[in-house]
Design a protein around this ligand. Sequence first.
Ligand code: ANZ
Ligand code: ZN
Length: 837
Amino acid sequence: MSETRFDPSQADGRWQRAWDEAQTFRADDASERPRCYVLEMFPYPSGRIHIGHVRNYTMGDVIARYKRMRGHEVLHPMGWDAFGMPAENAAIEQKVHPRSWTYQNIANMKAQLKRLGFALDWSRELATCDPAYYGHEQALFIDLYEAGLVYRKESAVNWDPVDQTVLANEQVIDGKGWRSGAPVEKRKLSQWFLKITAFAQELLDGLDKLDGWPEKVRVMQENWIGKSQGLQFGFTLSDGSKLEVYTTRPDTIFGASFVAVAPDHPVAQAVAENDPQAAAFIELCKQGGTTAAELETAEKLGYDTGLKAIHPFTNDRLPVYIANFVLMEYGTGAIMAVPGHDQRDFDFASKYGLPIRRVIAPSAAEAGAPLSEAYTGDGVCVNSDFLDTMPTDVAKREVIGRAEQHRWGEGRTVWRLRDWGVSRQRYWGTPIPFIHCEKCGVVAVPKDQLPVVLPEDVDISQPGNPLVRHPTWKHVHCPSCGGAAVRETDTLDTFVDSSWYFLRFASQPADKPFDPEVVAKWLPVDQYIGGIEHAILHLLYARFWTRALARIGKLEVTEPFASLFTQGMVTHETYSREEHGREVFYSPGDVLRTATGATLKDGSPLTIGRVIKMSKSKKNTVDPDEIVARYGADAVRWFMLSDSPPERDLPWSEAGIEGCWRFVQRLWRLFGQHDAGASGEDKALARKTHQAIAAVAEDIEALAFNKAVARIYELTSAIEKAPPSAERNAAIRTALLLAAPMMPHLAEEGWAALGQQGLVADASWPETDPALLVEDEVTIAIQHKGKLRDTLTAPKGASTEALEALALGSEKVQRSLGGAEVRKVIVVPDRLVNIVT
Ligand code: ANZ
Ligand code: ZN
């Protein structure tokens, strides 16, 4: 056997079939074992698995397999986040139906995942575009509506005036429609919202208890929720009216040099009625993107309304501007602007020649220091009348106190978090299950009529929402009065689909979304793994849905994910050259790379670019199928775990994967030596073996896969060097078990070759012998004149006399003594010998 090579092209498929047939990874809801729910973020069926998926799913797979070996009932499911824009784009470009495109991709990607040997419970597979899934989502949406957590409101959308359609944010490129190229306008439409703001405090407080989450992600969520405490107060305007503003920095009030309102603020609207220039400016502001990020980076623009606002302390008359950087949806939609201490105000004041005053300084002595940009930190008040020398916190309280006392303002908490707009004017999504009746208004579709199924016969080739154009689909009878009515044609944001899929994985009865008792058995997910790009929206929405369902009594869990891990990316350098003034990229497969440079196969030179995330556009990708076909699933899986810590980026390298392939073969040869004889005893190897068992377990539990891999390398080398013995045979068997979660096909093949019963996937993690875990040798430090002179190994528990003799026998120590008389020897057992002369 040792002469043969491990052949993944034979073995991989054989074991994958064996696991399927035995339903090895099917999770049992009724099991009495301790449970473990391992979940990787489910993929969008774009067409092919990419290498990032492979890394992500390999990590989850190691945990799932390891936990099974430790006696857990493991739930490790997989499904498809199958609604969304790309299917519609493909439909337009390739003239295929979004459904067939999506299901074809699912079939391809499922086959790819199978070839990697993931320990998944495929019996729970789901696709969010299946009415059997989204029908339940519609029911939950109606439940939330009935509980007052869903409502409708007018809100701005991106409108493409040429294509006459609403655009998703991703379809707005540099303020223009992606297809028409026309400047995008903002339009008001009645849209559906989920009341996530009703959970703001809960979602914030909950973060404190998520100690299994990366600190970085918790901070990102905290900032997104954005609780801020400040002052809301009224300026009296020159026309006698009041204007409410909100500030988080009332301590800077003496630095206010102008006031600004949002373009859609009533004050701006009133001004525009009699001022065509103001109206034109407001129109101008409507162009461009609607996201906060876009507003943040856009050039600051303003229009002076001619109105003045009276400063509550100084009675100064501050000009009132309409400004594009003020958002109607935040605070009161109006601000006091303090250019010295807010960068947006600073940019604006610089542009329009408004005063920039310092009213905060790191210390009182720096009151006169000039400002070349806004100073946004804390400090003490300067140039601020009665606030002077007060630290930021004290000054904030002082101003709020005075405002409340004189009744021109009060302390207020404001949240950055907005309610979640879930309406999408698209076809390929979950239909929002409501009906509009002229008589009865908005009526929920009765639950016994769910699911509201998407029509199949749609015309996707034209812009706009095909559900609106469909000749019959939307025309229905009102469930309440029976009169003629129309269906809602908006579909749900796909983030809704991914906000509860982990519940449906845990329990999927046909007649309801899930059984809360079964969900309670599995949830929270013990280990969730995914990309950092989902740190905010997906994770926050999923936390919100879980809490919302708990609040309306559908669930007992409140936090869906006990532990979260965000893995690094797989990276590779890029190869390119200029062709006709454009940078053209070449894929690694077409490139000859030497130590010094890179060329095409015809010898023409290429530029080597930075090592960056693998992406199609830079052609620096490797195809998982190709490498699995070449090296086998186990070598690929092993590579995904080796070298880099899992949270860091992993540079792909040909040498790396070849090294993994060789290691697979090394282990295989070792398995072949299992019965090489059992004469002699090898206590040292037994010790190493048991220490490896403990260490690999600890590393996997800590998700330090690269360290676990290194341990297995070490153990393998030690076994290779050791002469035949019973301990060596045991060590070989142990190495196989330790590697099994990572290289499951090789492990099964070896398990069978060793004549073991059953599947290694069902085997237990090896036991450790505590006696073998402790070291039997210790390192002793020898000191003379307070300095370390030598270190020696000694048997653990050696006597004082023995250690003294050993120390004095050291050549280095003798040199240090230089013949001086030894006056005293102090021995700390197992640690130290100190020689005094
Ligand atoms: C005066 C001031 C002085 C401000 C200063 C900041 C720094 P956070 O902390 O993110 O909650 N603001 C208030 N409403 C706004 C709106 N609708 N659109 C744009 N900006 C708005 O931000 C609160 C601060 O953002 C507020 O505090 C206000 O500017 C501005 F040295 O008021 B500040
Ligand atoms: Zn009606």
